[in-house]
Each structure stands twice: as C-alpha cells, then as structure tokens.
Design a binder for this molecule. Structure first.
Ligand code: SER
Length: 320
C-alpha cells in the first residue's frame, strides 16, 4: 500500500475503534490518524497518532489537516438513532454540520481526495418496502437520525457531482462486534444480548418479539468499508449510499442461536421508545448493487457470528 495518510474522525465509537485497528494493519500505525472529542482508554489508540478533535470546530479540523495532510478521511462522528431522538436539535447540528465541515474542507483545502461517510438503514421509513428493500425506493425516514442520513446521502452525491470529491458511502445495518461497545442505537440490543448471556444467562430486550432488523457482523462491516474505499472509482456507480446486507433476524432468533451454546439462556421483552424506531425500518435489505458493482459478499450468518462472539467474549470475561 502506498504511503497514503488516513484520518478517522469519530474514531472512539463502535465502528471507529475497530476501523482504526484495521487501517493501521494496512497503512502502518503512523499513517492512520485517529481523532475524537475525547481519547478512549482502548490501547489501540496508543499505537499511533491521536488528535482531540471536535468536528464542529472548523479551525481545529484545518489544523489537523495541515499537520498530517490526509488524503483519505473516514468521517464517522454522529449521534445514533436512539440518542438523536433525545436531543434532535444537537443531533441535526452534529450530523449535518460535521459532514459539511468535512466536505467543505475537501473542496477547499485540496488535501483530502476521498471521503468515506456512513449512512444507515435509518434513511428508510415506514412506507419503504420492508422485505427486499430496494436500492432505489420509498425513503421517508421518521427519525431525526434517519432524516440526517437521507439528507447527508444527497449532499455527498452533490459534492461528488459538483466538485469531484470522491465520496463513498454504505447504508449500514445494525453493527455487532465484541471489541467495542455501541452507543445509542436501536440495534444495540443485539450486542448486549451476548454480554448478558455470558454474565447472567438472561436478557431483557428493549424490542418486541418478531422485530426483524438487518444486521452485520463487524468483520463484514470492516471488509465492506475497506472494499468500497479501495475499489476503482469507476466501479462506484452509486454516490448517495449503497444498500448493504449481512443477515436479518428478530430477537427470538438471536436468542435461539445463543441457546445452541447456552441451553439455559432466556430472553424477556420490555419494548420501549426504540420499538417505534425499529418498526419504521426495513427488515431485509436487497444489496444486489453492492454485489454487482464492487463484489460485496458477507462471510457471516447468524450462527457463525454467534459462535465467534461467544468465543471471544468468553475470553474477554475470562470464562475460557
Ligand atoms: N445501528 C444504528 C442505530 O441503531 C443504525 O444506523 O442507530
């Protein structure tokens, strides 16, 4: 890999933590600049440069860009769906102004060549086709997070068309991993259920039985992110954001998958405000454009993910 310098903004979140680790193994520790408002204690951030950066601080961003001259930026800083509903004004500000600051810096500085920005299944809404959700269909998000994602998709496409910024994006499903904790999403139960299974043998789910949502195991999310960023530009035919699928399941299905390893495991349901958010989202995504344009193919299904999650969390909790 050539000596590109990469900047990850929002690097201490669930995806950022693992993405920094993956990028450092490709580009080298010194060439991947991690940044977030506050450094987390995860040792991954001690292996290479870290900058404290609030993405709403344009001057701070400009200083970091001048210091490292990153050609690739992964801009992950955002409030997720559930947290955004608690503070919609700030969610809009952070999610949109943060994106504008990066896109404008890419346009005006001449330093940044390629921008990765994540969209989400939240960009769809209650009138979207829930099963086999197409790349192009009804998009009427009802959450502030989803509205910011849909608007962001159109903005990244606009900056590509108007100013030639090489913007690339994926509509992530719920992301599940064992190395870092999610923060404030409607799909987060699918991470905590594994921790609870090992710690107490039971899980109280904030979504109801039968709530099928699209999900993706973190190794597949990292693979997709790196593949779309490294694909030849002519293969990236969608400049809003690509549908991306791994698996789809309801809480009782992930519970059954866990029970294959922990037979006494039990799940209870106490749906809260996040149920309405989940009800407005797709259940099964059609990602055929990602498959045909740049060769997307996930490696993990539900049972394979469960086996890997439990194996690694057992080590984490020193149960194995
Ligand atoms: N996992 C995210 C959330 O639940 C969806 O983008 O908010």
């Amino acid at each position: 890999m050539s000596k590109e310098t990469v900047l990850v903004i929002g690097s201490c979140g669930q995806l950022g933590t693992e993405l920094v680790e993956a990028l450092r193994s490709i580009y080298g520790d010194a060439f991947v600049i991690a940044s977030d408002v506050q450094k987390s204690s995860n040792p991954v951030f001690d292996a290479g440069p870290f900058e404290s950066l609030d993405i709403l601080d344009q001057e701070g961003l400009s200083i970091v860009l001048q210091k490292y001259k990153p050609s690739h930026v992964y801009h992950l800083a955002a409030l997720l769906s559930a947290t955004s509903e608690k503070n919609p004004d700030f969610a809009w500000k952070l999610n949109m102004d943060g994106l504008f600051n990066i896109l404008n810096a890419a346009r005006d500085s001449g330093i940044i060549k390629k921008v990765y920005w994540p969209s989400s299944i939240a960009a769809f809404g209650p009138n979207t086709e829930r099963f086999g959700t197409p790349q192009y269909g009804t998009m009427d998000p009802s959450t502030i997070y989803g509205i910011s994602k849909l608007a962001g998709e159109l903005y990244v496409q606009y900056y590509f068309n108007r100013w030639g910024i090489d913007t690339r994006s994926l509509r992530y499903p719920g992301l599940i991993g064992y190395k870092s904790a999610p923060g404030g999403g409607t799909t987060d139960y699918a991470v905590s259920i594994y921790h609870d299974a090992l710690k107490s043998g039971e899980h109280t789910c904030f979504l109801a039985e039968g709530t099928t949502l699209p999900m993706l195991y973190m190794p597949d999310a990292l693979k997709a992110t790196l593949e779309i960023m490294h694909a030849p530009a002519e293969n990236i035919k969608i400049r809003t954001s690509y549908n991306l699928a791994g698996m789809s399941f309801a809480p009782e299905e992930i519970a059954a998958s866990i029970a294959k390893h922990i037979p006494a495991f039990s799940i209870h349901y106490e749906p809260d405000y996040r149920q309405a958010i989940a009800n407005s989202w797709p259940a099964v995504i059609d990602d055929s454009r990602a498959q045909s344009d740049w060769g997307w193919k996930p490696d993990y299904d539900l049972d394979k993910m469960t086996a890997d999650m439990l194996l690694n969390l057992r080590k984490h909790y020193k149960l194995a």
